[in-house]
Design a protein around this ligand. Sequence first.
Ligand code: HSE
Length: 309
Amino acid sequence: MRHSATAFAPATVGNVGIGFDILGHTVEAIGDKVRVERTSTRGVRITAITGSDAELPLESAKNTAGQALLSMLADEHAEFGLDVSIEKGIPLGSGLGGSAASAVAAVVAANAVFAKPLSQLQLLQYAMKGEQVASGSVHVDNIAPSLFGGMVLTVGIDHPRTKQIPVPPGIKCVLVHPHMFLSTKEARRILSKTVQLSDLVWQCANLAGFISACYTNDLDMIRDAFEDVVVEPQRQALIPGFRDVKAAAVAGGALGCSISGAGPTVFAWCLSADAPRIRDGMVDAFAAHKLGCDQWISSIEPMGARVID
Ligand code: HSE
C-alpha cells in the first residue's frame, strides 16, 4: 500500500452547449494536480495551494478537494488522515471545471493510498460532494468526464449512471478564455427556474440529435443540433462580446460554439484543419471588446484522471 500519491485530473467543458448539467467532455491540454500523504492524525489538512493568483480556501470543509476527501475518509471509516497539496493548472472562475478537477484529482490520489481501493462510482460520488462546495449545487457534467475521460453523459444524481459518448474522429475543441472572472454561483443564480414548452422540445431534439450524430459520425447533424436554446441565451450577457466571438467561430467553419460550463470561456467544435483559423477569429473578436485571452486547441481524449506519481 502506498503512503502518498499524486493524481492529475483534466479540465472539462461542461454542458457542451446542449446538455446542461448532464453532458461534458475533457480538455486534455490543461488540468489540476493533487498530492496526498497519509498521516496518523485524522482529518484533512490542506498544506499548500499553488498555481492560482486568487485566494482559495485552505480550510478543508470549504475547499472542493478538501470536502471531497473529508466525506471519503468519514464514510469509509478511515483510521488515518491526509495532508493535501493542490497545484492549480486550470484558471479560477473560467468555466473549465477547475473545482471539479481538484475534487476528482483528490479522490483519485486518495484512492491510491487506501488499503482497499473504492469503485469509480464511489469516487464520482465523493467528488460530487466537493463540487457542491464551489457551485452551491450538485451537478456532474464536469466531474464525470474529468474522472472517466472523453465525453460523458450522466443520468441521475443519487444513483448516477454514466455513459461515454464517442467523439467523431478529427474533431478538435478550440477554447478561448477571456481574462475575466465569472462566478458559477452567480451564473446559476441568474437562470430562470422555468422553461417554455417549445424550448424544451427544441432542446431535447438538439441533445438527442447531437448524441445520435456522435454515434454515427454525422457532422451535418452535429452542426444543426449544436444549439442551446435554454441556457446560452440567458448567460451570454455575462460575457462581453460573446455574440461576436460565436459569429467569428461560425464564420471560420465551426460545427458549433457555446459557453464552456458557466463561462466565461467560449468553446467551439471544429475539424482539425479549421482550428487555428477559428481560434484566431475568436481571440480577435474578444480583443475588439478589450479582453485579452488564453487559448487552447485540444483533442477530446477518452482518458480521465490518473495517478501520475
Ligand atoms: N453545468 C454547470 C453550469 C457547469 O453550467 O452551471 C458549471 O460548473
